[in-house]
Design a protein around this ligand. Structure first.
Ligand code: FAD
Ligand code: NAI
Length: 469
C-alpha cells in the first residue's frame, strides 16, 4: 500500500520547506517532494543566498579599492581572486541547504526525490531521475513549485554569454561589458556585483524609471547613486535582439520602447532580468482540475485553497510579491490553517529590500500609490547626511521617508535608501504590523549614535519637527 501522509508539499523552497517544518511541529506526518539534488529551492541554491554572498564579497572588494584610504588604512590595490569568491559563495550555499537537510531530519520530514505530479486530490506521483515512479497518499497537498526566469522572445539563453540570474551568479571571468536587460531587483543587484568587480555595466530598461513598484522618489535618487558608481542606464528602451558574433562577443540591438531607430551595442555578456514567471510544468494541474489565472499563477482563496479541495498553493507560484519571506510566511500560515488554527499573512506589511550599496528598503504604500488612491497623507523625511553615525561610517548617502495619514497619524508606508536600510526597515514593519502612528515611533528612544536614529528623526519630522536638521 502507498505511504500515507497528512501533508505532501511539492517543492522545497522557502515556501515549501518552512511550511513543512511548521506542519511537522504541529504534529502532522509530512513529506516534501523535490526534483533538484539539494533542498532550499531557488532562494538557497540560485537566488537570495548566493547573490548575497557575491554582493557582500564584491562590496568589500570595492571598498578595499576605494574606501579605505580616507580612513587611514593604506593597503595595496586589492587583487580579485574570482575562483575563491565563487568558493565562498558555494560554501555559503552548501551550509544553508545542509541546514534544511538537518531541520528536515530533526522534524522527521520525509524527502521524496523526484518530480511531483498530482494525478488527483489525495495522490502525489513522484518520478525520480531514474527508476520507477512511486505514488504516495496525502490528506492535503501544497504546491510550492516557485518560479523561473521569464524569457525574451527570440533571445536564446545559454547561461554562458546570454544568461539569466543563474548564469550571472557563476560567470568564470569578469565580463568587459555586461549588458543587463531590466532595471529590476536582479538587474541592479547582479549588475552591482560585476560593476564592483570591474565590468562596464549598461542597464536597458523598458520603462522610464528603475525599480518599478518602489517609491519613485527613492528610485530616482537611487539611480543617481548607481550612476555615480559608474552604472549606465538606457531607460525607455528595449532589446530587439542579441546576435552572437563569430568571436563569441555579442551585439545587442537596443531600440526606444515606443519604437524607432535601433542602436547596436557590443557586450560580452547579456543578463536577461525582466521578471520571473510561476512554474507549474509537469504537475499535471489541468488533469487534476487546478485552475490557473491569466498570468499562469495557481489561483487560491484567502486560505491558499486552489479550485480543488485538499490542494493548496503558496509562494512564487501564486499571486503576490515573489519574495522568499512572503513564501515562508505563507508556508507557516497554510500549516497553521491545516492544523485548524488561524494562519494569516499581512500583505500590507511585507518588506522589500534591494541589497545593493546603498540598500533600498520599503514597506507599505509608496507615495505614488497614496496619490493615486487620493489618500490625505503627510511625509516625514530625514537625510543620512545629518546622522552622526552615518558620517563616522562614510555612509551619508540616502534618506528615510515615512508616509502617514494626515488625520490619524497612522504610518502607511516607509522607504529607506541608505547603508543597512534592509535591517532598519524592520522597525517600520513592526510599527505597521501594530497599526502604529508616527508619534509612537517619534517617542521611542533610539540608541545613539545609530543609523536607526534617522528613522526616528523622519517620524519626528511628521510631528513638531526633526531635531538634527
Ligand atoms: P522556489 O524557491 O522557487 O522553490 C521551488 C522548488 O520547487 C524548487 O526547489 C524546485 O526544484 C521545486 N520544484 C518545482 N517543481 C517541482 C516538481 N514538480 N516536483 C518537485 N519539485 C519541484 N527573495 C527575497 O526575499 N530576498 C532576496 O534577496 C532574493 N534574492 C533573489 C535573487 C535571485 C537571483 C532570484 C532568482 C530570486 C531571489 N529572490 C529573493 C526570490 C526568492 O528566491 C523567491 O521568492 C523564493 O525562492 C520563492 O520561494 P518558493 O518556495 O515559492 O519557490
Ligand atoms: P523585476 O520585476 O524586479 O524587474 C524586471 C524589470 O525588467 C522591470 O523594471 C521591467 O520594467 C523590466 N522589463 C520587462 N521587460 C523588459 C524588456 N523587454 N526590456 C527591458 N526591460 C524590461 O524582475 P527581476 O529583476 O527579474 O526579478 C524577479 C523577481 O525576483 C523580483 O521581482 C523579486 O520578486 C525577486 N527578487 C528579489 C530580490 C530581493 O528581494 N532582493 C533579489 C532578486 C530577485
Amino acid at each position: 500500500m502507498a505511504d500515507q501522509f497528512d501533508l505532501v508539499v511539492i517543492g522545497s523552497g522557502p515556501g515549501g520547506y518552512v511550511g513543512a517544518i511548521r506542519a511537522a511541529q504541529l504534529g502532522m506526518k509530512v513529506a516534501v517532494v523535490e526534483k533538484w539534488p539539494s533542498l532550499g529551492g531557488t532562494c538557497l541554491n540560485i537566488g537570495c543566498i548566493p547573490s548575497k554572498a557575491l554582493l557582500h564579497a564584491s562590496e568589500l572588494f570595492e571598498e578595499a579599492g576605494h574606501g579605505f584610504k580616507s580612513l587611514g588604512i593604506d593597503i595595496p590595490a586589492p587583487v580579485l581572486n574570482l575562483p575563491q569568491m565563487m568558493n565562498h559563495k558555494a560554501e555559503v550555499v552548501a551550509s544553508n541547504v545542509g541546514g534544511v537537510d538537518y531541520l528536515f531530519k530533526k522534524n522527521k520530514i520525509t524527502v521524496l526525490r523526484g518530480t511531483g505530479s498530482i494525478p488527483a486530490a489525495g495522490r502525489v506521483l513522484v518520478t525520480p531521475q531514474s527508476g520507477a515512479p512511486t505514488e504516495v497518499q496525502a490528506k492535503n497537498i501544497v504546491i510550492a513549485t516557485g518560479s523561473v526566469s521569464a524569457n525574451l522572445p527570440g533571445i536564446e539563453i545559454d547561461e554562458k554569454t546570454v544568461v539569466t540570474s543563474t548564469g550571472a551568479l557563476t560567470l568564470e571571468k569578469v565580463p568587459g561589458h555586461l549588458l543587463v536587460i531590466g532595471a529590476g531587483v536582479i538587474g541592479l543587484e547582479l549588475g552591482s556585483v560585476w560593476l564592483r568587480l570591474g565590468a562596464k555595466v549598461t542597464v536597458v530598461e523598458y520603462l522610464d524609471r528603475i525599480l518599478p513598484g518602489m517609491d519613485s522618489e527613492v528610485a530616482r535618487q537611487f539611480q543617481r547613486m548607481l550612476q555615480k558608481q559608474g552604472m549606465e542606464f538606457k531607460l525607455s528602451s528595449k532589446v530587439a535582439g542579441v546576435d552572437k558574433q563569430a568571436n563569441g562577443a555579442l551585439q545587442v540591438r537596443v531600440e526606444p520602447s515606443k519604437g524607432g531607430e535601433a542602436e547596436a551595442l557590443d557586450a560580452d555578456v547579456a543578463l536577461v532580468a525582466i521578471g520571473r514567471k510561476p512554474y507549474t510544468e509537469g504537475l499535471g494541474l489541468e488533469a487534476a482540475g487546478v485552475a490557473l489565472d491569466e498570468r499562469g499563477r495557481v489561483k487560491v482563496d484567502h486560505g491558499f485553497k486552489t479550485s480543488v479541495e485538499g490542494i493548496y498553493a503558496i509562494g512564487d507560484v501564486i499571486a503576490g510579491p515573489m519574495l522568499a519571506h512572503k513564501a515562508e510566511d505563507e508556508g507557516i500560515a497554510i500549516a497553521e490553517i491545516l492544523a485548524g488554527q488561524a494562519g494569516h499573512v499581512n500583505y500590507a506589511a511585507i518588506p522589500a529590500v534591494v541589497y545593493t550599496n546603498p540598500e533600498v528598503a520599503s514597506v507599505g504604500k509608496t507615495e505614488d500609490e497614496l496619490k493615486a488612491e487620493g489618500v490625505n497623507y503627510k511625509i516625514g523625511k530625514f537625510p543620512f547626511t545629518a546622522n552622526g553615525r552615518a558620517k563616522a561610517m562614510q555612509a551619508t548617502q540616502g534618506f528615510v521617508k515615512i508616509l502617514a495619514d494626515v488625520e490619524t497619524d497612522r504610518v502607511l508606508g516607509g522607504h529607506i535608501v541608505g547603508k543597512n536600510a534592509g535591517e532598519m526597515i524592520h522597525e517600520l514593519v513592526t510599527l505597521m504590523e501594530f497599526s502604529g502612528a508616527a508619534e509612537d515611533l517619534a517617542r521611542t528612544t533610539h540608541a545613539h549614535p545609530t543609523l536607526s536614529e534617522a528613522v526616528r528623526e523622519a517620524a519626528l519630522a511628521l510631528g513638531d519637527g526633526a531635531i538634527h536638521i
